[in-house]
Write a protein that binds this ligand. Structure first.
Ligand SMILES: NC(=O)c1ccc[n+]([C@@H]2O[C@H](COP(=O)([O-])OP(=O)(O)OC[C@H]3O[C@@H](n4cnc5c(N)ncnc54)[C@H](OP(=O)(O)O)[C@@H]3O)[C@@H](O)[C@H]2O)c1
Length: 258
C-alpha cells in the first residue's frame, strides 16, 4: 500500500505491486515493511486480489503466469499433457495450480514424496524426478507431452526437450538443476518444437498488467490459500536454508510485523 508518493501517478492508500526490476538485485528491501522505489516499478493492484494473495504469488507466481502465457499462445488443453518440473517449488506449484484451473492436464515432476499435495493442487500424474534425470545419447525419446514448464534446467530440461511431441512448446525459467543444457537440433528440426525463455525481472509494464489481471481472475489457482506458509523475519534465515536445500514446498511469505 502506498504510504507517500512524490508523483501524481499514485496516492496514499493505493494498493500496488512492486516486483522485479532492480528490487532484490542491487536494490535491497524485499523483506522490508517500507521501501521507496521509482514510480516506474509500481503497478496498481488489480481488483480481485488481496495483498496477501499477491505475496503468495510473489515473483514465483508471476513467473508461472509468464510461462502459462507462453504455452496458451500455442497450445489448447486438447493438444495433450503439460509437464511441470520442480513441481512442489514456488513456480512449480503455481504453474500446476494455474494450468489445472484452466483445463490442462498436468504431469508433475518432483523429487519429493508429496503426491497428495500435488494431486490436491491439480496434478493428474506424478513422475519421480529420477525418471527424468538420466543422461543418454539418444537425440529424441518418444514424443509424449504437448508442452512443459521447466523450472530446473540441466538434465531434466534436456529430457523434456526429447519428450515433447510435434509442435510442442517448453517455457524455460529456472536453473535449480543446473545452468548447462546439452541438446541437439533434432527435436527442433524434426518435431518443430519451441523452447521459449522468459524473465520476470525486466518484463515490460504492459505485459505485467495483463499477467497480473489474469492472475487476479481466470488463472487464480483454486487452492491459492493452501500454497503458502508464513514465517517471521526472525525465522527466515533457517527457512531460506531449507528452500536452498529443495526441501520446502509451495511458497514462503514473511509475516508483516513478525
Ligand atoms: N526467469 C525468471 O524470471 C525467474 C523468476 C522466478 C524464479 N526463477 C527461477 O526458477 C527456479 C524455480 O524457482 P522457485 O521459486 O520455484 O524455487 P523453489 O521454490 O526453491 O523450488 C525449486 C524446486 O526445484 C526442485 N529441485 C530442488 N533441487 C533440485 C535439483 N537438484 N534438481 C532438480 N530439481 C530440484 C524442487 O522441487 P521438487 O522437489 O518438486 O522436484 C524445489 O522445490 C529457480 O531457478 C529460480 O531462480 C526464474
Amino acid at each position: 500500500m502506498v504510504e507517500e508518493s512524490a508523483t501524481n501517478n499514485f496516492k496514499k492508500g493505493d494498493r500496488v505491486i512492486v516486483m522485479g526490476f532492480d528490487l532484490g538485485m542491487n536494490t535491497w528491501g524485499g523483506f522490508g515493511e517500507y521501501i521507496r522505489v521509482p514510480k516506474d516499478w509500481v503497478l496498481k493492484m488489480p481488483q480481485g486480489l488481496t495483498s496477501k494473495e499477491v505475496a503468495i504469488y510473489g515473483t514465483a507466481g508471476f513467473t508461472a503466469g509468464q510461462c502459462v502465457e507462453k504455452l496458451v499462445a500455442s497450445l489448447k488443453p486438447k493438444d495433450g499433457d503439460i509437464v511441470v518440473s520442480g513441481a512442489t517449488g514456488g513456480v512449480g506449484t503455481m504453474s500446476v495450480g494455474i494450468l489445472s484451473k484452466i483445463g490442462y492436464k498436468v504431469v508433475a515432476i518432483t523429487g519429493k514424496s508429496e503426491n497428495d499435495f500435488l494431486v490436491g493442487i491439480g496434478a493428474s500424474e506424478i513422475l519421480e524426478r529420477k525418471t527424468f534425470s538420466g543422461v543418454d545419447k539418444t537425440p529424441m525419446h518418444k514424443g509424449v507431452y504437448a508442452g512443459a514448464i521447466d523450472t530446473v534446467g540441466g538434465n531434466i530440461l534436456e529430457n523434456i526437450i526429447k519428450s515433447v511431441k510435434m509442435y510442442g512448446v517448453i517455457a524455460c525459467c529456472g536453473n535449480v538443476a543446473g545452468g548447462n543444457l546439452n541438446t541437439t537440433v533434432y527435436p527442433f528440426i524434426l518435431r518443430g518444437i519451441s523452447l521459449v525463455g522468459l524473465t520476470s525481472q525486466s518484463c515490460p509494464m504492459d505485459n505485467r498488467k495483463i499477467i497480473w489481471e489474469k492472475l487476479s481472475s481466470v488463472w487464480k489457482p483454486k487452492k491459492i490459500m493452501e500454497l503458502y506458509e508464513e514465517v517471521s523475519l526472525e525465522k527466515l534465515p533457517e527457512k531460506i536454508d531449507l528452500i536452498l536445500r529443495g526441501i520446502v514446498k509451495g511458497r514462503v511469505i514473511v509475516k508483516i510485523g513478525g
